[in-house]
Design a binder for this molecule. Structure first.
Ligand SMILES: [Fe+2]
Ligand SMILES: [Fe+2]
Length: 175
């Protein structure tokens, strides 16, 4: 087994090109796009008249975010977390906390999507400050979650033998 420094380089190399890392970046981009759409809506006058095109953009971003989240979280839970939990049971509690994070982010995103879809269908105008607040909260949850997740993967990697490391990398790339 190499030094901690070599381990970190190896993990970085695999991590940067992994599907999980790409997905994290994709989700960050979707939420950044959503935030800029909502900010554009907040600047429109009069505020009571909400631009249907912007609402469509926001709704589409939210549908895409939800789809991506469900797929991404599913892979993590079914492939990566299962492997780590079976191999290194000391991570069970930390993995359960990450799973609760998945659930919370999906709930917030669905709630936002329902609010935007209702406004798009003319049922109720979108409460833009509330929507921006929820987007801010979800973005923060995502970045904290992703940081904790990467840290856990690093720690798990360092405790595994070479065969375990190969299996973890395969799980991280499984799609
Ligand atoms: Fe996750
Ligand atoms: Fe993730």
């Amino acid at each position: 087994m190499g030094t901690a420094h070599e381990d970190k380089d190896t993990i970085d190399k695999h991590w940067m090109s992994s599907r999980i890392s790409e997905d994290h970046q994709k989700l960050d981009r979707i939420f950044a796009s959503l935030e800029s759409t909502l900010r554009a809506m907040a600047e429109q006058e009069p505020i009571e008249v909400q631009d249907p095109d912007l609402l469509t953009d926001a709704r589409d971003d939210l549908s895409f975010a939800l789809e991506e989240m469900l797929e991404h979280f599913g892979i993590e839970e079914e492939a990566v977390f299962v492997f780590i939990r079976d191999t290194l049971p000391e991570f069970t509690k930390a993995l359960a906390a990450l799973e609760r994070g998945h659930e919370m982010m999906c709930q917030q995103t669905s709630r936002l999507r329902m609010m935007v879809a209702a406004a798009r269908s003319g049922n109720a105008p979108l409460d833009i400050p509330l929507a921006l607040d929820l987007v801010g909260q979800t973005t923060l949850l995502l970045s904290t979650h992703n940081r904790q997740e990467v840290k856990l993967f690093y720690e798990a990697f360092q405790r595994l033998d070479s065969e375990g490391r190969e299996r973890l990398i395969t799980a991280i790339n499984s799609h």
